[in-house]
Design a protein around this ligand. Structure first.
Ligand code: F6R
Length: 604
């Protein structure tokens, strides 16, 4: 969601903050702003829209000398993306940036005096802070106490940075349910951030837990836990070089990430395949055998990976599998199998709903496993065990290579579990391993196919909707294909199990309804063919993704023939991703930063 950065030091701070925000822009790009506390005075810049507008607004301004500074890039939750709603929010002597949601902001607005200039929940933080500070008796720790009292009054989720002219050189921070890290360079505390833009600049990351709060200055960090006891910072070295991704000649990060999927598959398989089996060294020996069921929980694209995983786990490991959308699971009062395994799947490791679902399962005493792309993320740190996805940084807001890695990880888990449980015979296991080794080939982009999709895309820029249909493993893929298209093209698209069309949705069928039919040769071909025939009979325009010639298709995107459904799955997945990309580019959309979205959803 929003991204926040902070800096304390003597280097020119505008450039440092803007570079940090550039790294965090994937988290939100409705507006951005910075506040610089120099010589006891705060200067603030804010601008609507992408970060470049803020860069333009800051212009030639530079800091010189010691500075404590904060910055923010926003994904709007409360109030429209306007300059008045952009962070930092200030009052007379303080400025605050915030990621998360203050649930009781209306009640606080009624309590604290003063005019509010924005529609945001965040602005109450600074009003409350200044009013509580005014009530504090003077003393060395008056500001720290007022900051703590402010936090006590807030309900909801937050990562907060605050600067005040009453304490030059200090940045007050707090983390509750939204990600925040600090980082130190050799000569002191330098950065705070929602993610890791300090990579390459700082040597040590300081990971904060929920409930942690305190104040950072050039002298060091004063860190407190939820009970206000001094807490020991958890530090870890940061890599020496920046891992910031570059587009490397591709038009968009999303395109580059689609093309990287063969390398991602190699990485995720490295060291995990033996001649006949799967090794998952992350999981203790004998650990999986104790579980009688598996619950897979996630959001969005990761949820689609979970659905795919459920088919694989039931088929290969014969373990009852259920799949949950994290935002529904949280409030459903779910009854969990006490001897079941609870698995969360998340690219970012920071998705609020998934994180809370994980905590809920752990609180019921279940063992938990995270399949996650970001080491040291909140989800990784909270799970009992983790299998890292090894997909590399994913910058495009629409997830592509992380989905591939998630499905691969679930497939590895299913085969491994089937083998250790003794339900997967050697022949079937061998066939799975052989197919896994060929996924690289299935996801490698064939220029012929990309070129065809580019040409074809011009016919599908209108219409009243797309139906992606599939059966079995190809049903979650249909959901994912539809999600990719709607996210970046803003065209209406739905994924449906092909057999369900006649139970209602077929009423929409006409020539302007585009049906993208996932027709694998290796699984239920004749069944899906009949479903497509029903749609064709109602004049729906059919785009078939298949190995065969199919006379009813208005357009065919031909994939290679494979003898394993997962290979057809992965090749069709690439087709869906590229089709969405090409349609969105033709429509002139910003593929990497589609409207209304953000990469990491740290609010519920
Ligand atoms: C879609 C997309 C989202 C995420 C969802 C969960 O392209 O990226 O639907 O999959 O927000 O995010 P993670 O996987 O980070 O928990």
């Amino acid at each position: 969601m929003c991204g926040i950065v902070g800096y304390i030091g003597e280097q020119e701070a505008c450039g440092i903050l803007l570079n940090g925000l550039r790294e965090l822009e994937y988290r939100g790009y409705d507006s951005a702003g910075i506040a610089l506390l120099e010589e006891g005075r705060i200067t603030r810049f804010r601008a609507v829209g992408k970060l470049d507008n803020l860069v333009h607004r800051v212009g030639e301004y530079q800091t010189s000398g010691p500075v404590a500074a904060i910055g923010h890039t926003r994904w709007a939750t409360h109030g429209k993306p306007t300059e008045a709603n952009a962070h930092p929010h200030g009052l007379t002597h303080s400025q605050v940036v915030h990621n998360g949601i203050i649930e009781n902001y209306q009640a606080i607005r009624e309590q604290v005096p003063g005019d509010f200039l924005s529609q945001t929940d965040t602005e109450v933080i600074v009003h409350l802070f200044e009013s509580l500070l005014a009530e504090q008796p003077d003393g060395e720790d008056a500001v720290l106490k007022a900051f703590r009292a402010t936090l006590n009054a807030l309900h909801g989720a937050y990562a907060i940075l605050l600067v005040t002219e009453t304490r030059p050189g200090e940045v007050f921070f707090a983390r509750q349910g939204s990600p925040l890290q600090l980082a130190q360079a050799a000569d002191g505390v330098h950065f705070a951030s929602s993610d890791a833009p300090m990579v390459g600049v700082c040597d040590q990351a300081v990971y904060l837990e929920d409930g942690h709060w305190g104040v950072a200055s050039a002298e060091g960090i004063r860190l407190f836990d939820e009970q206000d006891q001094p807490a020991e910072p958890i530090t870890a070295p940061l890599l020496a070089t920046s891992t910031a991704a570059q587009k490397e000649g591709f038009r968009y990060f999303m395109e580059k990430e689609i093309y990287e999927q063969d390398a991602v598959v190699s990485d995720i398989l490295t060291g995990r395949l033996t001649e006949t089996g799967v090794r998952l060294d992350e999981l203790p020996d004998g650990w999986l055998e104790q579980f009688t069921s598996i619950t897979l929980c996630a959001c969005g694209t990761s949820y689609h990976a979970a659905l795919t995983g459920a088919y694989l786990l039931e088929r290969l490991a014969k373990v009852p599998a259920r799949v949950e959308i994290a935002s529904e699971f949280r409030y459903r009062e779910p009854v969990l199998d006490p001897t079941g395994l609870f698995v969360v799947i998340s690219q970012s490791g920071e998705t609020a709903d998934t994180f809370e679902a994980l905590k809920l399962a752990a609180a019921q005493g279940l063992d938990t496993l995270a399949l996650c792309n970001v080491d040291n993320s909140s989800i990784v740190r909270a799970a009992s065990h983790t299998v890292l996805l090894r997909a590399g940084i994913e910058k495009g807001v629409a997830s592509t290579k992380a989905f591939t890695a998630q499905v691969m990880a679930l497939w590895l888990l299913a085969v491994h579990w089937g083998q250790v449980k003794g339900v997967l015979d050697a022949d079937t296991g061998g066939r799975e391993i052989e197919a896994m080794r060929r996924v690289r080939e299935a996801v490698a982009i064939q220029p012929r196919v990309h070129d065809r999709l580019h040409r074809l895309s011009k016919r599908y820029l209108h219409g009243h909707g797309f139906f992606f249909i599939g059966r079995d493993l190809f049903y979650p893929l249909a959901l994912e294909g539809a999600l990719k298209l709607k996210e970046i093209s803003y065209l209406h698209a739905e994924g449906y199990p092909a057999g369900e069309m006649k139970h209602g949705p077929i009423a929409l069928a006409d020539a302007e309804l585009f049906t993208i039919a996932l027709m694998p040769r290796s699984r239920l071909y004749d069944k899906i063919k009949s479903n497509v025939e029903e749609l064709s009979a109602r004049d729906s325009t059919i785009i078939a993704i298949t190995t065969e010639y199919f006379e009813l298709a208005d357009d065919i995107i031909q994939i290679r023939a494979y003898d394993h459904p997962m290979l057809e799955f992965f090749e069709m997945m690439v087709v869906c991703q590229l089709l969405a990309l090409e349609i969105a580019i033709r429509l002139g959309n910003d593929v990497d930063m589609p409207r209304n979205l953000a990469k990491s959803v740290t609010v519920e």
